[in-house]
Design a protein around this ligand. Structure first.
Ligand code: AMP
Ligand code: TRP
Length: 343
């Protein structure tokens, strides 16, 4: 069935609705920034945007409670530092809006175990574990709930989330065709460069907050010296051939992409410009330092006032809930739950 079939119109027309989420799993890295956050900051001026720190998703793997709280606040500060303006878009914490967990249950009763087991991220994260939390498998269903609660048209994410957005679309279409037009079917929006920033030490895997690779991960708050040290030590290859070939020369391709994503230069131009890897690395260091400079400066200002952050998150949650509660009621009604006090 065509995914758009039976999808209701956007309930907030004519403004495009954008939603995205980020896990509170630690310091933001350049993959987060170039692959997602920078786009979020652009989108906020053209669309009605909701951005969420997904702390409930943070419960799907081992965590330390006090640390989760600290990281949730730290991630919210990271969003603001990346240029999100709480007067222009809605920034909130997932667990502050109870509709997320409630809608997730309705969608769990729409999804099948087979399709959840097939998710690449589930397979990767559960591989080798003796016991796997049920929440790790239902993770993408909660993510689908996050998205459809806001009648979302577009979801800006990095490439690693493509399959989850596909599942969200499948669940929305299935729910709509079983119970009547309820959810808007969202589209992913994935940047052309920077969508998949790779680990500098292991360029065959993506840069990630959850993998312990201190030299392979450039954090948004790294000092210029730390950036220089990590980029200079980045793994390349011995061929010394300047070409963009992610399969044969993944380390070099990653450096070329990092430079393209942090400047407005094209990959072809970069390949044609540099005589050797050393000169390319020097410019990657400079470009990353420049692109991260304003983010670091804003972070420095914001971290001094956590109670102001807490207040704006509370305001964000109230705004989010006013939208989410309407969608949840529509879904409850469609699926056949008896409204309280109504016979
Ligand atoms: P996460 O930190 O996994 O919650 O990811 C937050 C956002 O950053 C999502 O949109 C991801 O797709 C994006 N992202 C995470 N890691 C990378 C990466 N290495 N390259 C590009 N985008 C990424
Ligand atoms: N799964 C996403 C990630 O790891 C985070 C996320 C949760 C998300 N809910 C979302 C992203 C809704 C976009 C939309 O990056």
């Amino acid at each position: 069935m065509d995914a758009q079939w039976r999808a209701p119109p956007s309930y907030h027309w004519p403004m495009t609705r954008v939603f995205s989420g980020i896990q509170p799993s630690g310091a933001l890295h350049v993959g987060n920034y170039l692959g997602a956050l920078r786009q979020w900051a652009v989108d906020q001026h053209d669309a009605d945007c909701f951005y969420c720190v997904v702390d409930l998703h943070g419960l799907t793997t081992d965590h330390e409670p006090a640390e989760l709280r600290r990281r949730t606040l730290e991630t919210a500060i990271g969003l603001l530092a990346s240029g999100l303006d709480p007067d222009v878009c809605t920034i909130f914490v997932q667990s502050h809006v109870h509709e997320h967990s409630e809608l997730a249950w309705l969608l769990e009763c729409t999804a099948t175990i087979g399709e959840l087991r097939r998710m690449t991220q589930f397979k990767d994260k559960s591989a080798g574990l003796e016991s796997v939390r049920a929440g790790l498998m239902t993770y993408p269903v909660l993510m689908a709930a996050d998205i459809v609660l806001y009648d979302t048209d577009r979801v800006p994410v990095g490439d690693d989330q493509r399959q989850h957005i596909e599942l969200t679309r499948d669940l929305a279409v299935r729910f709509n065709s079983r119970y009547g037009a309820t959810f808007v079917v969202p589209e992913p929006s994935i940047p052309t460069v920077g969508a998949r920033v790779m680990d500098l030490q292991h360029p065959e895997r993506k840069m990630s907050k959850s993998v312990d690779s201190p030299l392979g991960t450039v954090n948004v708050l790294d000092s210029p010296d730390e950036i220089a040290q990590k980029v200079r030590k980045a793994v390349t290859d011995t061929s010394a051939k300047m070409a963009y070939d992610p399969d044969a020369q993944p380390g070099l391709a990653n450096l070329i992409e990092l430079l393209a994503a942090s400047t407005s230069r094209t990959i072809d131009d970069i390949v044609a410009t540099y005589p050797n890897y050393g000169s390319l690395k020097a410019d990657v260091v400079e470009a990353l330092t420049e692109v991260l400079r304003p983010v670091k400066a804003r972070h420095e200002e914001l971290r001094g006032d956590p109670s102001a952050i807490a207040q704006l998150l509370e305001k964000g949650a109230a705004k989010a809930s006013s939208v989410a509660s309407v969608t949840l009621r529509r879904a409850q009604q469609a699926i056949g739950l008896l409204p309280p006090g109504v016979i």
